[in-house]
Write a protein that binds this ligand. Structure first.
Ligand code: ATP
Length: 256
């Protein structure tokens, strides 16, 4: 699936003083592809995300989105180009409804077409409002949260809250979603729902997903392709089956 490349990095290297967090990372993610990233603590997974999202600049190497180089673009420009990153700890606004939390995320990014609509003087305020609500409800639907739309976010289960974070991230239809440990702390049944949700998201929107997670069985089941990082390098990559059978990966990481 997805032969068209969305994201590409070449020779991405990042040093923090004496520590080299990333060493010559070459990554490719196709359109509508789900790529998992696993590796022990300190392998460089979060740093890879930060450098793709533009929170930090690589010391060396280049990054392209859709064939356009973004190596020097600040984070907000990359966000506008469709890169969205989630974080390990998120704080929803507990007293706001699920729907309004998603709406707040959309408005925080100037989404919903309001800017252009206003500029062109086209649709009425009410039409803009309705379009925004539709976008929000579309995101909640993909995330299985339509039934919770009116509930205060504080009342959600952990699994639902994680899916609400996903809804907040996808409400303006990103092209590349970087998910940082989205299932940590979830129970197995909730992890399965989350995996089904990102599959549904990919099917519905064609967005690409890069996924960092310590839960190896989850990554193996949710990803089309897996990258294994260790000490700032990609030491193995391939389909989940290939990676699971790779002797280098097994020796270094899977401990088998
Ligand atoms: P974890 O699974 O624990 O989240 P990780 O694979 O995400 O680990 P990173 O957080 O990317 O690993 O860290 C990679 C290396 O870079 C580590 O040695 C870390 O100590 C170092 N590092 C990360 N951020 C900084 C920073 N801001 N300043 C200095 N060193 C850093």
């Amino acid at each position: 699936r997805g032969q068209e490349t969305l994201l590409r990095t070449e020779g991405l290297t990042l040093r923090f003083g004496g520590i080299t967090a990333l060493r010559e990372i070459d990554v490719e993610v196709s359109v509508a592809e789900i790529v998992g990233v696993i590796g022990p603590n300190g392998a460089g997974k979060t740093t890879l995300f930060d450098s793709i999202a533009g929170m930090i600049r690589p010391s060396e190497g280049r990054i392209w989105l859709d064939g356009r180089e973004i190596t020097r673009d600040p984070a907000h420009r990359r966000a506008r180009a469709g890169i969205r990153r989630t974080f390990q700890r998120q704080q929803p606004i507990g007293w706001l409804s699920v729907e309004d939390n998603a709406l707040a995320a959309l408005e925080g990014r100037g989404g919903g077409g309001g800017f252009w609509a206003d500029l062109l003087g086209l649709p009425s305020r009410r039409r803009i409002e309705r379009a925004r609500r539709e976008q929000v409800m579309g995101a909640l639907e993909v995330c299985g949260l339509v039934g919770e739309a009116r509930r205060p976010a504080a009342e959600l289960s952990i699994g639902q809250a994680r899916r609400m974070e996903l809804a907040r991230a996808i409400v303006d239809r990103p092209r590349l979603l970087l998910l940082d440990e989205p299932t940590s702390g979830l129970e197995e049944a909730e992890v399965e729902i989350f995996a089904a949700t990102i599959e549904a998201l990919r099917a519905a929107t064609g967005c690409s997903i890069l996924l960092v997670e310590h839960d190896v069985p989850f990554v193996m089941s949710a990803s089309d392709r897996v990258l294994v990082m260790q000490e700032g390098r990609v030491i193995g990559s391939g389909t989940p089956a290939e990676v699971a059978a790779d002797p280098v990966v097994r020796a270094a990481y899977l401990g088998a």
